[in-house]
Ligand binder design. Structure first.
Ligand code: KIV
Ligand code: ZN
Length: 392
């Protein structure tokens, strides 16, 4: 049976941590409206204690996008009262507000970053959750750097904050250090214990991409019991970025038997969302990026183009329409064959060419294709015009 997986989009918080990607509050609101259209379950709208501008942006999103009960709005707080108050004040007007608290869980964070004992950090976490619970019923606790934490201490922390009232536990691979097998195993063990303590608490993961494994780690977690995935559009985020929402969602959709899980994402809005965020943040999407890259549905080799025109499933595992693109893109290059050129000509309206006419035009195409990287529609018009002029 397919399990529903919650999507928590942190494009406006972790994604906005990309240098130079800062948005103003009007731009953040536009992104949040689009994320709602995409049907994410939770929007992390910012880090309100960081600036007045961010506080106002989160508040605006909570009021204008969080005004229906099909979406939750959250923002990030460190485990200190001032941060928790700022989150509460900024999200409280949403229909479904959530406070998100983060505190280190690995020895590196506890001892080197905070210079405190493990017991002290655990107490601070528990007190922060208890305080947040006096403000709102929904509280998420993130055990920062969980993938490098001592397992028994990590579990002790999770058990204590759940008993203090946390309703979501997030397990971050903060520095993208995990690999799928071990991360899957970690989630399996935590899920097993957590569901014995309280089976209503959602187990979440938050993976970074430092070793290029954010999506793989997230999906390994889903296979091993995670209920919720944290991600960003186009995989943007701190350093090498976060797990990309579009990759996780389309992997589950394309391989239902492998993952037995689904989200409520409206996949037809993926491309619009990707383009909006890329242009507002000024961050180009890598051309070969899975799902949202310019070449993700472009086919350039003659062998592939011919195969696709005979049967699309020969080289296409996702229909571009499913992610909101018009259609696959046959890129005409010197490696393209007759089949692809004919198909493009037909799309341009040249459906009645005789064989001889087509051969003459194809000759012109090959001549031009040898001199440039790509042959565009306007090049074909010139080739056709030249051909017919020569014939007259
Ligand atoms: O990477 C991380 O650990 C985070 C937490 C705030 C969840 O972004
Ligand atoms: Zn992060």
């Amino acid at each position: 049976m397919s399990r529903k997986i919650w999507t928590f989009d942190t494009t406006l918080r972790d994604g906005e941590q990309v240098p130079g990607a800062k948005l103003n509050k009007f731009e953040k609101l536009e992104v949040a409206k689009q994320l709602k259209k995409l049907q994410v379950d939770i929007i992390e709208a910012g880090f309100p204690s960081s600036s007045v501008g961010d506080f106002e942006a989160v508040q605006d999103i909570a009021r204008k996008v969080g005004n229906t009960d099909d979406i939750m709005i959250t923002a990030l707080a460190r485990a200190v009262q001032g941060d928790i108050d700022a989150v509460y004040e900024s999200v409280k007007d949403a229909e479904n507000p959530l406070i998100h608290i983060v505190l280190g869980a690995s020895d590196i964070h506890v001892e080197k970053k905070f210079g405190k004992s493990k017991d002290k950090i655990l107490d601070i976490g528990v007190e922060a959750v208890k305080y947040a619970k006096t403000l709102l019923p929904e509280v998420q606790y993130s055990t920062e750097d969980a993938s490098r934490a001592d397992f028994e201490y990590l579990w002790q922390t999770i058990e204590a904050v759940v008993k203090a009232g946390a309703t979501m536990i997030n397990v971050p691979d903060t520095v993208g250090y995990a690999e799928p097998e071990e991360f899957g195993e970690l989630i399996f063990k935590l899920n097993d214990r957590l569901k014995n303590v309280n089976d209503q608490v959602l187990l979440s993961v938050h993976c970074h991409n430092d070793l290029g494994m954010a999506t793989a780690n997230t999906l390994a977690a889903v296979k091993n019991g995670a209920d919720k995935v944290e991600c960003t559009i186009n995989g943007i985020g701190e350093r090498a970025g976060n797990a990309a929402l579009e990759e996780i969602v389309m992997a589950m959709n394309t391989r239902p038997t492998a993952f037995q899980a689904h989200t409520k994402i409206n996949t037809k809005e993926i491309m619009n969302t990707s383009r909006l965020i890329s242009s507002l943040m000024g961050l180009d999407v890598q051309v070969n990026k899975a799902i949202t890259g310019e070449n993700a549905f472009a086919h350039s080799s003659g062998i592939h183009q011919d195969g696709l025109l005979k049967s699309r499933d020969a080289y296409e595992i996702i229909s571009p329409k499913e992610v909101g693109m018009d259609d696959m893109d046959l890129v005409l290059t010197a490696r393209s064959g007759r089949h692809a050129v004919k198909n493009t000509l037909e799309k341009l309206g040249f459906t009645n060419l005789t064989e001889a006419q087509f051969e003459g035009i194809f000759e012109g195409f090959i001549e031009l294709a040898d001199t440039k990287k790509e042959v565009y529609d306007h090049d074909l018009y010139v080739i056709i015009e030249n051909y017919f002029r020569e014939q007259s």
